[in-house]
Design a protein around this ligand. Structure first.
Ligand SMILES: [Fe+2]
Length: 181
């Protein structure tokens, strides 16, 4: 399997949008936390999170190719279960495994938390209280692109919404340096 340093290099080679690179790093952080919570393979889940939008620059105007192209780029570099999760995150295939659901629900939560941090007086993840993230979640007009229904599929992992928001916030606070927030 590709290691973390190689994965990040691949991201840097293929993704020129710095915000998207940060999004992928944020998803990695949440995936690692979820893997730890469930006793799954942290490295596998983390690296898959880091790579999940690898094709974005190429497929931004062609959503039906999003994920498929990433799988082509990563063939032989990640196991099949990871490629399945990557295909399931834009719902091209049905999410089935815990791995699939984890990537599916943590994709949008990172956008909500970044937006909440930017709007918080501290403008930082460290200063962002969970209470504020919960309030932002309930405000449908705030970061409207961050799909709340998709986040709520954390129930497929047996997690309540607030527990999921807390885990995600803590995970991203742990990656604050890399996220520049
Ligand atoms: Fe994503």
């Amino acid at each position: 399997m590709i290691d973390r340093a190689e994965a990040l290099e691949l991201v840097r080679e293929n993704v020129d949008n710095e915000n998207l690179v940060k999004h992928m790093i944020a998803v990695e952080a949440v995936m690692r936390a979820l893997a730890n919570k469930f006793g799954e393979d942290e490295e596998l889940w983390g690296v898959t999170g880091l790579l999940h939008d690898l094709d974005y620059s190429e497929t931004v105007d062609n959503f039906s190719r999003h994920g498929h192209r990433t799988c082509e780029m990563l063939e032989g570099k990640l196991p099949d279960e990871a490629l399945h999760a990557i295909l399931a995150h834009p719902a091209h295939v049905k999410a089935e495994s815990r791995f699939d659901w984890a990537l599916y629900c943590c994709d949008p939560v990172t956008g909500l938390i970044v937006a909440a941090a930017l709007m918080h007086p501290s403008r930082s993840l460290a200063g962002l209280p969970l209470k504020s993230v919960k309030k932002r979640f309930k405000d449908k007009h705030f970061a409207a692109g961050a799909n709340r229904e998709q986040m709520l599929t954390c129930s497929e992992l047996g997690m309540e919404r607030d527990e999921f928001l807390e885990l995600s916030l803590k995970a991203m606070q742990g990656a604050a340096d890399q996220l520049g927030l």
